[in-house]
Design a protein around this ligand. Structure first.
Ligand code: GLN
Length: 484
């Protein structure tokens, strides 16, 4: 259900917001044991918020934008008084003492918190399989992964357990799961949205963004969570445009660049390729001008990202030492053993692997060869994009090389798993905004995602093009028929 249909329900007066929210909570309670999208259900908070909105309705008060809309939050955003676990044993019992700026803004605008959603541990992964709380199932096929790391968020929206979710995207973690689950995922420009209260993974890449049923819902959430925040020195101090009013602008003459390196990549699944080609034709028939573009360094993104992200992660995760933060192992008799035992027991394999890679890449003697070199390649990737945007308005690519894979397919092969981020990581390295929208299905009935990439702070353009495409393709009405 999109925001519009839900608002019609509220406006019909047949049920109170509280009753509608109770229906959602019942649905979560029934379906979550199968899907494992939620790690915490915040029934009490949801009902309190719903009662408040109902009172505002009775009082005829002016309602804020997201009034009464039930949403979920990835469990790496701090929510005051509620467990914020990062799906890690390290933070299994961590109750956040403060509220992230993004969630604070959402509650201020009337959104309702249904709960926290599952993720790959500390947002490291592409399948939600590295979560300490078990894998999430893809609502389109419960034997498949929902993608990651915001897999719980994407699955919660696709399964109809909430109207929208908030995820984080360091190398694709909003877009890849949204694509696997057939929903809309937006990663804003680096700095567009405050990260105060987001548990850091790789600070030069992390961004928070919405996962929704429609592009218009995405624009609404973006308008609430964007903007400068004195608590986050990396947040940009530029006015927030009206993302909603520009959605229906005509895209006649819009120049869309097709990144050659993406469509010609040997790892790209044939059915994904065909669906993207059809989508390019659709854009053309909607009046857009299609231009072939080359970003020669695009495919170096993975190697670059998997040096930079683990390096930053190794520094960010140093704070979990059993003293300042996190799980403490008992039974050791000196500080050094206690720290190392706590980290060995608290972190899972993938997180430990990243810390080791990152520590190695940053160590004296190797940092020039790995970390600094990766930073240089990062600049080259950004230069390719800058050049492309001299000739086009937005860029188009598939979001992922394949559709959702089976659980366990890559659990013992981390390098192959890393390749599923092929088409998303260059965008983070360059700090650009990008959106994924459903554009078709493969023969197994699994959704395929299309990625639109904008220049810095050009969210309006990608939202506009995505919205016009979505209206024309009329794909959003398809939802998984969950069999239980
Ligand atoms: N899959 C990527 C990784 O494992 C991206 C993760 C993310 O965006 N948080 O690093």
């Amino acid at each position: 259900m999109d925001f519009k249909s839900y608002r019609n329900e509220i406006n019909s007066g047949n049920s109170s917001v509280k009753e509608l929210v109770i229906d959602f909570i019942d649905k979560v309670n029934n379906l979550n044991p199968k899907i494992n999208a939620f790690t915490t259900i915040t029934k009490e908070k949801a009902l309190q918020q719903a009662e408040f909105i109902d009172k505002q309705i009775t009082d005829n008060s002016k309602l804020p934008l997201l009034s009464g809309l039930p949403i979920s939050i990835k469990d790496n955003l701090c929510t005051k008084g509620i467990i914020t676990s990062c799906s890690s044993n390290m933070l299994r019992n961590f109750v956040a003492p403060y509220e992230s700026t993004v969630t604070k803004n959402l509650w201020r605008e009337g959104a309702i918190c249904l709960g926290k959603t599952n993720l790959d541990e500390f947002a490291m992964g592409s399948s939600t399989e590295t979560s300490a709380f078990g894998v999430t199932s893809n609502p389109w096929d419960l034997n498949r992964v929902p993608g990651g790391s915001s897999g719980g968020s994407a699955a919660s929206v696709a399964a109809g357990l909430c109207l929208a979710s908030i995820g984080s995207d360091t190398g694709g973690s909003i877009r890849q799961p949204a694509s696997f689950c057939g929903v809309v995922g937006l990663k804003p420009t680096y700095g567009r949205v405050s990260r105060w209260g987001l548990i850091a993974f790789a600070s030069s890449l992390d961004q928070i963004g919405p996962i929704t049923n429609t592009v218009s819902d995405s624009a609404e959430i973006l308008s609430v969570i964007s903007g400068n925040d004195p608590f986050d020195s990396t947040s940009l101090d530029f006015p927030v445009p009206d993302y909603i009013s520009s959605l229906n602008n005509s895209i006649k003459g819009l120049k869309i660049g097709i990144i050659k390196e993406c469509l010609e990549h040997p790892g790209l699944d044939d059915e994904v390729k065909t669906s993207i080609e059809k989508s390019i034709n659709r854009f053309q028939s909607l009046g857009a001008e299609i231009i072939d573009i080359s970003c020669p360094r695009f495919n170096d993104g993975i190697a670059t990202y998997y040096v930079i992200a683990p390096s930053e992660a190794s520094a960010n995760l140093a704070r979990y030492d059993g003293v300042k933060y996190g799980y403490r192992s008992l039974g050791t008799d000196n500080l050094s053993d206690m720290t190392s035992q706590s980290r060995s027991e608290g972190f899972g394999d993938e997180v430990q692997r990243r810390i080791l890679i990152g520590t190695y890449a940053l160590s004296a003697g190797y940092s020039d060869a790995y970390y600094k070199k990766a930073q240089r390649v990062r600049t080259l990737i950004k230069n390719d994009f800058d050049k492309a945007f001299e000739n086009v308005d937005i860029l188009l690519s598939p979001t992922c090389p394949t559709t959702a894979f089976l659980k366990g397919d890559y659990s013992n092969d981390p390098l192959s798993m890393y390749l599923s981020d092929l088409l998303t990581v260059p965008v983070n390295l360059a700090g650009l905004p990008a959106i994924t929208i459903p554009c078709g299905f493969d023969k197994k009935g699994l959704p395929i995602g299309l990625q639109l990439i904008g220049d810095v702070l050009q969210e309006e353009k990608i939202l506009n093009a995505a919205h016009i495409f979505e209206q024309d393709a009329n794909l959003i009405i398809s939802r998984p028929k969950i069999k239980f």
